[in-house]
Design a protein. Sequence first.
Lengths: 325, 652, 166
Amino acid sequence: MLENDRNQLHKLVEEALPELDMMIGWAESCDPLQTTPVFIRDAKSISKLTLGPFCSQNLAGYLVKPPALDAPPKPDAKPIGICVKGCDSRSLVALIQEKFITRDRVRIFGIPCRGTVDFRKVAQRVPLANVKSATMEGDSLVIDDSGTPLRLDLEEVLARKCLGCRYPNPVIQDVVIGQEAKPRSSSLAATYRDVAAMDAKPLEERLAFWQSELDRCIRCYACRNACPLCVCQDRCIVETREPRWLTQRVGIPEKFLFHFIHAMHLAGRCTGCGECERVCPMDIPVTLIKEKLNKIMEEMLGYSAGLDPEAVPPLLTFNPGETEI
Amino acid sequence: MRIGVFVCNCGTNIAGTVDTAKVASEALAFADVVYATNYMYTCSEPGQQEIQRAIGEYGLQGVVVAACSPRMHEPTFRRAVEKAGLNKYMFEMANIREHVSWIGNDREANTRKAVDLVRMAVGKLRFNQPLFSSKMPVNKRLLVIGGGVAGIQAALDCADGGVDVVMVERKQYIGGKMAQLDKTFPTIDCSSCILGPKMVDVSQKENITLYAASEIESISGYIGNFTVEIRKKTTYVNWDACTGCGACMEKCPAKKAEDYFNEGLGTARAINIPFPQAIPKKAVIDAQFCRQLNGKKCGVCAKICPVKAIDFEMKDTIVTEKVGAIIAATGYDLFDHSVYGEYGAGRLPDVITGIQYERILSASGPYGGHIRRPSDGKEPTEIVFISCVGSRDQSVGRPYCSGVCCMYIAKQAILTRDHLPESNSYVFYMDIRAPGKNYDEFVRRAQEEYGVQYIRGRVGKIYQRGDRMVVQGADTLLGVQVEVEADLVVLATGVESSSGAGELAEKLRISYDQYGFYMESHPKLRPVETNTAGVYLAGACQGPKDIPSSVAQGSAAASKVQSLFAHDMIETNPQVALVNERNCIACGKCIQVCPFGAIQWKELRGGIKKAEVLPSVCQGCGVCNATCPPKAVQLQHATDNQILAEVNELCA
Amino acid sequence: MTDSSPRSSAPADETAATKQGIKIVGFLCNWCSYGGADTAGVCRFKQPTDLRVVRIPCTGRMDPLFIAKSLIYGVDGVLVSGCHPRDCHYAVGNFYARRRMEAFKAFLPFMGIDTQRFKYTWVSASEGQQWQKVVTEFSEQIHRLGPNPGVRLRSGDNSKVSSGLR
């Protein structure tokens, strides 16, 4: 099935490429559990494109990061082709909504997604160095580590954000590749179960939890850099001197404030794609912080980011009538 | 930076509960502070000279004064440091009087707090930058919204002073409520006789442009430079051609149109000029009642009109006017008494409102000035007036006094006796409020010379008995129930804000209270200004008001406008937002949130977009600064660094 | 977590608090609440002395991150006050602020910071008595909570273990 989808993708991209500036997709990498982003301008490279549960990267961010941000596209510029999963498509909608890209600038290849594999979960079962190959067989991930093939239930190795996924199918797309995927969750409760578990803890435990988690933060800003909506990048106020929000001191308060800044700047904008957490080298559940704000936005203001390209993010507007929010 | 700190004793106001000498000595230890002292009255002439002396002697580059509220003396001290050669924004105040010495008695805690506040002020000052204002031209044209007596007064005063005035009135005529009145208290002079000439003046002054039957569509811009879009509503009559001859009215076969001017007491033609003295004297077709506009074959007016002014295809048009100041004089509406079941809930034909009674009394009214009752046209002999209908009544959401009802009841009762010497008038009242010049004497005349019976108490019920009405009430002074068989009942309906007042306020960006009345900038000291520079108030739009007060406010607003227009240029406030283009990521969020439309796109070379603040439009609220993710837009004098510096001093 | 921190030993905190006082930062809009605080002063309405006021033009200027910064770095309480809704000097600044602060208030406890340490309110320039009430009640609330432990880690606790939340 995956093979069919991949062939369909290759065919569609081959047809579209002459009209495209480039095609952004995933390619296999040296690591069998992870793909790598690939930027294709040449028809010969189309065969590199791949699909499947290892395509974890959200490619939407590549559309807007500087210098692309500063240099506006020429009027005659061709659109960019991009592969998006359900969650990635919401980032794309958010970017269109905030007018970082226009809809006609992108040719969207929608990929219904059955979840992405978190290689670190696999690593808990088998040393990564031993993994020779990994393939999907039905709902199982079969790992060949030169011994007896290890069969892992997909559920066990999916990324955390995938477990409560409500939007596995792209919400915006030009073409769709493969069969529609079934949402793993249809309720707020299922999507935000980790948030609820955290909320259930006493305040002191929550503080202790984040103190211990954020203490590991090395302020490498990988979470920020990977975030498709963190468009400030090198102008981010956690690094600028003017204004000077943060010192370079390595302390827990600085780490807290950095994550507050990241979270508040995404309040009402974050689509929960989980990139920040995926790329964290220190294993800090940073997406969880944004999930809490996403939950607040949904419950308090009835807003989910990245669904409606016409909507205004809730913190950029107001309603005089809401006396009791 | 070399900073001087001056701690004010304010006599004993501060020194009584704050150790000012200790505050000064501790301040000397703060970073960059090179001089600190305390002084008896820093705001006094010698106190200011002491600051100026220190600036020279110690080469100060910034000054902190710890004294009263900056809302009190910040301008004073800014001037003082400016005279000594500093930029006036290189100054900060620590409020150690209103926020410290006056609210706490614990000397030690107060002193500690004062030290903290000074430390915060010094911390902020270290990030202050000299700021400079720019100048912009004033468009010396005035927009008056509302053509009632307040608006007319304002317009005429300004026009007399040589100001070009644009007047917008949503009704087809100017004159407002006063045009509907018969006589005015306390002099019983004829309303149209005193208002009429002013209305004529408005139409004849060459520097007044009148848009009647028009409404404000949108307002943009700022003091000195407003752009106003005015919607000229469809009248189906080309007013440039219409001579007001009235031939169309005579021949119009649709005779059952609503007579708004006469408050529904009579009927009007579908094409109508509401009253003979109307300004502008132009006909308007009421589309609701016109036969032609409702698909029937008619067009009589079009045939009869000697100047071919009728245009059934007419549409609303938008005109744009540029002005430098705006006076809102939108007046009031009257309370709808049908919510009162005890007064018949609006269903008894002979229970009428005060304004309806004015029309009955008026010689140009529906009954030609003869007092008759609407139900059967009979002359009434027993007339009951009920005050406070929709005033001072929390149960209908109108807790305020309408201010004019007591007086107009007295006037109407006097006029009733003049018209019908055999009649008896009764007034049910709560309190008589007659505080104006000759007002109380007027009410006394009604009682003593005209024999009007004043009964202090509320009416509990009005019901029909035969062709009369029984008014049941209490006389709380005698402590008895009273019952009057009345031919006519007049309800003194209270004043409420004009319909649509809120929407207009949003367009004007002025605030309004819970009842829809516009908020003055200060209830005593800035009664005709609003908090939006360049927008002024006149008349009952600000609160219930009688004619003398409305006229006075009209003139007051006019004088404010003329003092503004006495300047060719006005200085802008430099405490506005400023974009650091290097940091701007062109996300446009500032443009999205700015309440004033003060931020726009700017295109650099290569088509790179950046946000740009228009300093003359920016009001300095800082919403953009709070919103900007990379903090590229900074509100001058309240920058992130400045606020963070104050917070940091407390975190230390 | 161990209890070795000087911050968490109650008696020491009590003395520290009484000696140094609790520190509350108040962000007050220039037009309404700063005026209200002035009015309270002019009327000599006595208030606790813990509040330190930062004057801002409008609550719309309030980036919730100022509140985060204050609480993370150990200010004991944050009070934001502005014009009543619909009375904003800038027409709508407090409408933006209301949403942002409401969301932020709901978010704070998730990170382990007591939401009771932050309050926002609306006080007009004429409401001196209301201001006295707000300050008194909030100061008492913060005194009940005691000094803000902040987010600093106890010494020696630098465990770099994964949460296992994945």
